[in-house]
Design a protein around this ligand. Structure first.
Ligand code: 3PG
Length: 394
């Protein structure tokens, strides 16, 4: 797949670049929770590239799912504040998306300035992929750039319809994500180890269907493993699991059981408090009152051996209850094991929940690709057409 990208030689001086980013990060106490390798930090690099070339950068993002209404808790102001700090320049925020405030701010811009439009999902036209909204957005810019791989699976106005209104380009991050993920799908290297954690079977199933036949080993952890345990009619105590995923887990085991590895030992706790006492037990010994919060040492040893042999590793979803750091030890070890393969293997890590884990493990910059996309990465790897990307093909 060849995407239209902006070459170094293109004259951007004075051009209004309407840039779609994905700054959909949790907001805690009015602050955007975004680490040094987070979505906003990475978007800042590309915004700076445009500024250096004299562009006027008009940034658009969604935040949360406000459902087409103005919801103050989902204002992009905390995102603009984080961007201002990273870019060391004031990023002003329009009160609206395509209204008088946005138009006034755009008119006032000088070369190298950056402004943000309010949350595009405050407009009901965004999720309806409205041509009218796309047309109004296009009045604000001269060219459009999509650097939001993580939302490119959505046929929304600022991702899809807008590409019919303005000359459109793939941003550098999006182009890299597509290039590496395509390599994974078209030219898998063997041994290929697929590492799946997280919770929802529905989200992971299409990728399992698409990549499991090619993978030499599928290693499963986190709450996802509990659905497989339930399918095997094992006791999982009070552990979180996706009840709707049990039937699918049974089918997967029936089809690819030989290559699917599940934990053989786990860490259990009585509650999810971070100071709750913990024990390591064999999976057969999980009690009714236990909650599984992490994978055990024997499981980690087996999993790491597989990773050490791999020539390609794809990982999505944490292996423990990483909301509490003491329960994330297994995920940290998996993160470090995968990172240590990057010189000799293609290593791809993705998912909104996985980025903070690899940051906390200190290895976020040590993968072939740290994808910003959670759902988007899974859809891409499942071979689905993504509207935002299709529109950028040459
Ligand atoms: C994400 O965080 O995965 C993207 O921003 C997509 O968000 P959405 O699932 O609300 O479309």
């Amino acid at each position: 797949m060849r995407l239209r990208t902006l070459r170094n030689g293109v004259n951007l001086s004075g051009k209004r670049v309407l840039l779609r980013i994905d700054a959909n990060v949790p907001i805690a106490k009015g602050k955007a929770a975004d680490g040094p390798h987070g979505k906003i930090a990475r978007a800042a690099v590309d915004i700076e590239w445009l500024r250096q070339r004299g562009a006027k950068v008009i940034v658009m993002t969604h935040l949360g799912r406000p459902g087409g209404k103005r919801v103050p808790a989902y204002s992009v102001r905390p995102v603009a504040k984080r961007l201002s700090g990273l870019l060391v320049t004031e990023v002003r925020v329009a009160h609206d998306i395509v209204g008088p405030s946005a138009r006034r701010l755009v008119r006032q811009m000088k070369n190298g300035d950056v402004i943000m439009l309010e949350n595009v999902r405050f407009d009901p036209g965004e999720e309806r992929n409205s041509t009218a909204l796309a047309d109004a957005l296009s009045q604000l810019g001269d060219i459009y750039m999509n650097d939001a791989f993580a939302v490119s699976h959505r046929a929304h106005a600022s991702v899809d319809a807008i590409t019919s209104e303005l000359t459109s380009y793939a941003g550098p991050q999006l182009a890299t994500e597509v290039e590496v993920l395509e390599r994974v799908m078209r030219h898998p290297k063997h041994p290929f180890v697929l590492v799946m954690g997280g919770l929802k079977m529905k989200d992971k199933l299409p990728v399992l269907r698409s990549l499991a036949p090619e993978a030499d080993r599928v290693i499963v952890g986190g709450a996802l493993a509990h659905a497989f345990f339930a399918a095997q009619e094992r006791e999982i105590g009070r552990s979180a699991y996706d009840q709707n995923g049990v039937a699918d887990a049974r089918k997967i085991l029936g089809e690819w059981g030989g290559k699917i590895w599940l934990p053989t030992d786990v860490v259990v706790a009585k509650s999810l408090r971070k100071d709750a006492s913990r024990r390591t037990v064999a999976v057969e010994d999980i009690r009714k009152t236990d909650r599984v919060v992490d994978v055990g040492p024997e499981t980690l040893r087996r999993y790491k051996e597989e990773i050490q042999r791999a020539k390609m590793v794809v990982w999505n979803g944490p292996f423990g209850y990483c909301e509490r750091e003491p329960f994330c030890a297994g995920s940290f070890e998996i993160a470090r094991a995968i990172a240590s393969r990057t010189r000799s293997a293609v290593t791809v890590v993705g998912g909104g929940d996985t980025i903070p884990v690899v940051e906390a493990a200190g290895v976020a910059d040590r993968f072939t690709l740290l994808s910003t996309g959670g759902g988007a990465m899974l859809e891409f790897l499942a071979g689905e057409k993504m509207p935002g990307i299709k529109a950028l093909e040459v």
